[in-house]
Write a new protein. Sequence first.
Length: 265
Amino acid sequence: MISLKTSNRKSVRAGITGVVAATVAGLALVALPGQASAAGGVQPPGPTTTTENYIAYLEGRALAGDAEAADIATQFKALNFMDQFRFLTVISDSNTTQAYTQAVSELGDEAADMPPTEGSSTKVLGAGHAVETVTETGEAAPLAPQVQKSTVMAAAASYRDMWASYTVYDTVFGIRVTKVSVRTNYQVNGTDTTKVYPGSASHYNYVPAASFSNTAVSEWISSPPADNAQSETVWTATWKGGLGSWSARERVWGDYRGFVGGYLK
């Protein structure tokens, strides 16, 4: 568990310059991709904003068809006055977001050393602030019975199409305000991964002060004995007002058993 005490100790040791430099090696999800401009022509709040402005920003996006924004608005309104104020402080203060950078980078280091698994984990940064990771895996729906009668399909019955994904959220007072996710799609035969289909990446962002982009997703089969499917992308973000920028690699892998792992760092 990463506490504010840990982040503060690093900040004192490295200084402000070191903290900003850390954004190049890690990911502050509190500034997420591509949706920094509000939908429907609504102007997003600046680095510091009011409760009313933030609600107007979310509702403007909701009116433009963003269902997630409507849900975020509902959750934000349910917070008490002080928690709303703290929420806006978290998403507006560049020093706070740099603490996220450190936490997510360490979270990625830990994930890279762990065996594949499916589930979720959370790192708490401080009161109301957390980083959450979610790994998921699945298998394509089985063929319909009439299709399975085909001689060709019977011969290929041992082949299965599968998928795995790795997702990271920033949660502020229980609200998932940002998300980045990468997914791999692949085919297995017995214990072998035989093919990797094109992967995909997705995100959402309800922190208005940042812009975000990612590279094309690349995919491959790792060498034996791992022999699993892998996909990755590199996210890049820039904060408005010259508050800094960073880039980070997000990777996911999956195998014939449906085991999945990943990291973001």
